[in-house]
Design a protein around this ligand. Structure first.
Ligand SMILES: Nc1nc2c(ncn2[C@@H]2O[C@H](COP(=O)(O)OP(=O)(O)OP(=O)(O)O)[C@@H](O)[C@H]2O)c(=O)[nH]1
Ligand SMILES: [Mg+2]
Length: 342
């Protein structure tokens, strides 16, 4: 149980004998449900490979479980949505994404996968971004999954075999198609060559072979790191982490809204709800929501940092025109003041 749940537990106890008990129980129950996250896209587009990558990393959902589901293009529901395309944007993609909200906290990530099959994935991603009005991240989904040992090969990459391929007498064209690569006469058996392609795709192998040939002294770790960078998996994981944190923060915002409503309707629980909303964990949760909403990090450090931040956010709140920005700035001010008092 994390800190927030401890505070909620206390609130539950305090309202247990009142007529607001059920309303509070339901609200707390909803706050603690696993986050629903969905990977969508047309048939065969590469969803499962992307999903395997995402399931292989721990995502910070503020203590909540993240429940991933894969579905095609019939359903865009989910607190987090990772929509996958491969190649051109289709009307189905546009229709699905248009039903999602837009904004910094929209919980939506769009991926252009199978980047290994494209000549200029970065340019294609920019074109797709313009078409959709959302950032599209180019990713080599299958290669990223294979490198994490969660791809279709089901086995980790064998760097000894990659080095053997790099050392073999290959022409550049031998790594251009799977058939040519299968047909060349080298020491590495056909079965082992197929395993390499199953793991990181032909393009992934060609990239690694290039690295090893240009820098024969490079370590396995560094070579693998270079390929990992080329897969775009880090940017994907970062975007999904932000979406997951935002979804968790949205849960807190929803919880606090419901609590305020309950307290407005049930006088006997007002004190309990107010003391919960004034607790360190509720103030910290509001601060996290606000920072995500404004797209700023929470600056932590010395007392001086906290007091400077409190002043800064107070000033920004006063200058804000948009009421949402003003509310978020006040939440940050309040959070920093609370840090000072601790
Ligand atoms: N070259 C390449 N092939 C890929 C990549 N990702 C997936 N594939 C291949 O594309 C096919 C479909 O991949 P999946 O990940 O199963 O696609 P999916 O969208 O989950 O498919 P469905 O669940 O049937 O709709 C498989 O043959 C994969 O090996 C990729 O990044 N590069
Ligand atoms: Mg699938």
């Amino acid at each position: 149980m994390d800190v927030a749940e401890a505070g909620l537990g206390l609130l539950r106890d305090r309202v247990a004998s009142t007529d607001a008990r059920e309303a509070v129980e339901n609200t707390v129950h909803d706050r603690l449900l696993p986050l629903t996250a969905r990977v969508t896209g047309r048939a065969g587009v590469g969803k499962s490979a992307v999903l395997a990558v995402l399931e292989s990393v721990p995502l910070d959902a503020d203590g909540l479980d993240v429940r991933w589901r894969e579905s095609r293009t019939d359903n865009s529901k989910g607190e987090v949505l990772v929509h996958v395309i491969a190649g051109a944007v289709s009307p189905v993609d546009i229709a699905l994404l248009s039903s999602r909200p837009r904004g910094v906290l929209d919980g939506t990530v769009v991926v252009l996968t199978k980047a290994d099959t494209l000549d200029d994935p970065a340019a294609d991603a920019v074109a797709a971004s313009q078409q959709l009005g959302r950032t599209v991240l180019p990713v080599m989904g299958a290669t990223a999954a294979g490198m994490r040992g969660v791809g279709r090969a089901g086995a980790p990459l064998d760097m000894a075999d990659v080095r053997a391929v790099a050392a073999a007498d290959l022409r550049p064209t031998d790594l251009m198609t799977v058939d040519r690569f299968r047909a060349v006469d080298i020491e590495v058996s056909t079965r082992r060559r197929e395993a390499l392609i199953e793991c990181i795709e032909l393009r992934g192998l060609a990239l690694l072979v290039d690295v090893l040939r240009q820098r024969p002294a490079v370590s396995d770790g560094d070579a693998v790191r270079m390929l990992a960078d080329a897969t775009g998996a880090d940017a994907l994981i970062a975007a999904v982490s932000t979406a997951v944190s935002a979804a968790a923060a949205a849960r807190d915002a929803e919880l606090h809204r419901s609590m305020q409503q309950i307290s407005a309707g049930h006088r006997r629980v007002r004190a309990a709800v107010e003391s919960y909303l004034a607790s360190d964990e509720a103030v910290a949760a509001e601060m996290r929501c606000a920072a995500l909403r404004l797209g700023v990090p929470i600056e932590t450090g010395s007392e001086q940092v906290a007091s400077e931040q409190a002043v800064l956010w107070k000033r920004r709140a006063a200058a804000a025109v948009d009421p949402d920005v003003r509310r978020a700035a006040l939440a940050l001010c309040r959070g920093h003041v609370r840090m000072l008092r601790r």
